[in-house]
Design a protein around this ligand. Structure first.
Ligand SMILES: Cc1ncc(COP(=O)(O)O)c(C=O)c1O
Length: 450
């Protein structure tokens, strides 16, 4: 075991040391070599060292350099050193971190991490929290609490009786709702399409004046951090309108919630603490390893009512917080450990610095690309930049050529009818030299692409 784990650590270290110099996209040869995995199931046991060697020799070269400093696709954080190391240790613990009594260490560390998260994100300290797989499940979890609460107030127990015959719930969303929120609404029986869609402005922000008169059980789904522009809905105004009508406000803040942790960006998220529930990712801007998301709910009882279960064989009775009382999962890894480690290692100022650096780097991208004559389609307020290289076909060709060049990686999107390259700066590893090298490659490739 010792030699095997030392070998794994050495291979992982080599992978991360090489990542700055290698092509961000895997080479066609590395992709072709994956076919060597496709053997018949081994007839019996082999040496674990051979299993690891095969994984590293075939698997590592065919990865995309998401852990490196010049991956700007989707919204992808790297893994902070302390978070990665903590993740390894917690994996060795192999705790089923559902309940406090059998896994006191994992459960207690998670509870401390929750307190720190609420502090750094300026959310009410008494919120309930769920450590889940990602923002999709965090949205689902928080919206289940919302569904519980608005129906309980109408005299209906949705966990016991389901939605058949329940009072109808009005769901209000912005025109730029992320599909993971729509999916959550679908899973919860509230409908992906059975929503009132509110028009948005040029940056994708919900226009609060367009919210209709609200009555009866109502949930408003707002957004902090549009996946294309980074824009944050006017949350204070949305909460004011909603709460005057007794509606619940949920904020999908997969990455944008972290604006609240950075003094220079916090004004963008003004009013965020007035909402009733929030979803965010830790594997995005907190830079912990995949997968890791968070749901926070102002009324912890609503979250617990939606999620907690009991069974004769489960030691659920505890004076301490049981993690799985707040999550869709029962069996679960000790996700709070990586998060605790990230927060402990960076502290308040380190987190603020990471968020602010990425925002400054996004601005640097936008300024240099604009100076080179390319059009920036969004107001660069956070960590997202949208670039056009001309018409849709040319922009597509340039993006494909940038990805193939391998200096950096950025993806494609369509923003309000315009095809664009999305640059999302979300990694602790990225520095100004990475931005400059990436911009130089983008300009060189764009000028060489017809
Ligand atoms: C605004 C927003 N909400 C939700 C999600 C879904 O997050 P995850 O992929 O972690 O489930 C994303 C992902 O990019 C996002 O940007």
């Amino acid at each position: 075991m010792q030699a095997l784990l030392a070998d794994a650590a050495a291979r992982a270290h080599r992978y991360l040391a090489d990542i700055e110099a290698r092509s961000v996209a895997p080479s066609p040869a590395a992709l072709a070599a994956l076919a060597a995995f496709d053997t018949p199931l081994p007839a019996g046991p082999g040496a674990p060292a051979d299993t690891l060697r095969l994984l590293d020799e075939l698997g590592s070269p065919a990865t995309t350099g998401m852990a490196g400093p010049r991956f700007f696709g989707f919204v992808i954080g790297g893994a902070l050193p302390a978070a990665l190391a903590a993740n390894w240790l917690a994996t060795a613990w192999d705790q089923n971190a559902a309940l406090h009594r059998p896994t006191p260490s994992a459960a207690f560390i998670e509870q401390v991490a929750l307190r720190w998260l609420l502090d750094i994100l300026h959310l009410p300290p008494t919120c309930g929290g769920a450590f889940v797989t990602g923002a999709t499940v965090a949205n689902l979890t928080a919206l289940a609490a919302a569904r519980h609460s608005v129906l309980a107030r109408a005299g209906w127990n949705v966990e016991a009786d389901g939605l058949f015959g329940a009072p109808p719930i009005t769901v209000v969303v912005g025109g730029e709702i992320h599909p993971s929120v729509s999916k959550s609404l679908g899973i919860l029986g509230l409908g992906r399409s059975r929503v009132v869609k509110i028009p948005v402005d040029a940056q994708g922000r919900m226009i609060p004046e367009k919210i209709p008169v609200l009555s009866g059980p109502t949930i408003i789904c707002a957004q902090a951090g549009n996946v294309n522009t980074g824009a944050i809905d006017p949350l204070g105004e949305i909460c004011r309108i909603a709460h005057a009508a007794g509606a619940w406000v949920h904020v999908d803040g997969a990455f944008g919630l972290w604006a609240a942790a950075a003094p220079s960006r916090a004004h963008l998220a003004a009013g965020i603490s007035d909402a009733d529930s929030w979803a965010t990712d830790a594997h995005k801007w907190l830079n912990v390893p995949y997968d890791s998301g968070l749901a926070f709910v102002r009324d912890p009882h609503a979250l617990q009512a939606a999620m907690a279960i009991t069974a004769e064989y489960l030691p659920t009775q505890s004076e301490f917080r049981n993690p799985s009382d707040f999550t869709p999962e029962l069996s679960r890894r000790a996700r709070g450990v990586d998060i605790w480690a990230a927060l402990h290692s960076l502290g308040r100022s380190g987190i603020a610095h990471m968020i602010e650096s990425n925002c400054t780097q996004a601005r640097r991208f936008a300024d240099q690309l604009a100076a080179a004559g390319f059009e920036i389609l969004n107001d660069v307020v956070l960590n997202q930049v949208l670039v056009s290289f001309g018409d849709a076909a040319r922009t597509q060709r340039v993006i494909a050529a940038i990805q193939a060049d391998g200096t950096c990686w950025a993806g494609i999107t369509v923003w309000q009818g315009r095809t664009a390259m999305r640059i999302s700066v979300s990694s602790w590893r990225t520095n100004e030299a990475d931005v400059d090298a990436s911009v130089a490659a983008m300009i060189r490739v764009a000028r060489a692409t017809p």
